[in-house]
Design a binder for this molecule. Structure first.
Ligand code: ADP
Ligand code: MG
Length: 154
């Protein structure tokens, strides 16, 4: 109560369609153990700070806290109506490869927009680019920048 919402879990495989092909890979967090947290949340796009558990030897920058645009919803533009809720985070960092199975932690700082069904993939991709830009700018503001050092990410 009062603090930012904290999400953590292993990175699982999504449907493997969409995100990477659209230029915005999204690390999916297993939503099943988070059902209680999700129950009261508006679906849509959020911004926050994310940190990936990295094995020894991984580039140090991979282990840093990164900006993330986080979609929590049913992906109505690309998935069948009534699909389960997924939690997927696009980290604003260039990783050398995949990181399935590693634990991802996210401090959700704010809301970008509600879920929407777009007319097609081009419209969706354009909106995602906007969401990423808004995410980056919002996290640079003093209110949200301070959460980069939240203890959940330590
Ligand atoms: P899936 O449907 O399995 O989630 P995606 O096309 O969404 O597949 O790609 C997601 C995967 O890409 C992540 O699980 C992760 O391993 C990898 N990845 C690489 N770079 C990033 C990034 N910057 N943000 C999120 N995931 C990334
Ligand atoms: Mg994904």
């Amino acid at each position: 109560p009062g603090g930012p919402l904290l999400l953590g879990g292993p990175v699982v495989t999504g449907f493997g369609r969409g995100s990477r092909q659209m230029g915005v890979p999204t690390a999916n967090i297993d939503p099943v153990p988070l059902q209680g947290v999700l129950a009261d949340m508006p679906l849509g796009v959020y911004f926050g700070w994310a940190r990936l558990d990295t094995p020894p030897g991984a580039p140090a920058s991979d282990a840093a806290v990164h900006k993330a645009a986080v979609n929590i919803g049913r992906r109505p533009t690309v998935d069948a109506a009534g699909a389960d809720i997924t939690i997927e985070a696009h980290l604003l960092h260039g990783f050398a490869g995949d990181f399935y199975g590693r634990r991802l932690r996210v401090v959700l700082c704010g809301y970008v927009r509600p879920e929407a069904r777009f007319g097609g993939l081009d419209e969706l991709v354009a909106r995602i680019r906007t969401d990423v830009g808004l995410t980056s700018a919002a996290l640079d503001t003093p209110t949200h920048a301070g959460l980069k050092t939240h203890e959940f990410l330590a």
